[in-house]
Design a protein around this ligand. Structure first.
Ligand code: AMP
Ligand code: ZN
Length: 118
């Protein structure tokens, strides 16, 4: 498992920083965003460190596919029966703040979402 010493999300995977876990298996983990922008807002990450979507290659193909297929199930269980939004911020102009690839899942009543969206 590729891990980076100073990465906050690698530390969450390792249990060195607490998180409110939504889901975990051998390859991925989901946890609630610490600053939610919607009634439901969690992050889904690969456990193995990769900086961003722009840094993914064939080695990430399988886990990326598994993550995308897992999202609707996790969203449904989290209460997003009326739909949800998936967001991946990539690089400075994409507004990426944490350089461990993560997929935002946002849902809940739209009039309760905070702007700007992630
Ligand atoms: P971004 O890199 O802009 O796509 O977003 C990073 C997201 O990670 C932000 O929405 C933060 O609120 C969230 N975040 C940062 N630190 C933590 C943490 N320790 N636990 C949960 N979410 C976090
Ligand atoms: Zn990491």
């Amino acid at each position: 498992m590729n891990s980076q010493d100073n990465c906050i999300f690698c530390k969450i995977v390792a249990g060195q920083i607490p998180s409110r876990k939504v889901y975990e298996d051998d390859e991925m983990m989901a946890f609630h965003d610490i600053h939610p922008k919607a009634p439901v807002h969690f992050l889904l990450i690969p456990k193995s460190h990769v900086d961003s979507l722009a840094d993914c290659g064939p080695g990430e193909q399988a886990v990326l596919a598994k993550m995308m297929l897992k999202v609707p199930e996790l969203a449904r269980v989290a209460g997003c029966g009326n739909g949800f939004r998936t967001v991946i911020n990539t690089g400075p102009d994409g507004g990426q703040e944490v350089y461990h690839l993560h997929l935002h899942v946002l849902g809940g009543p739209r009039n309760q979402w905070k702007v700007p969206l992630p």
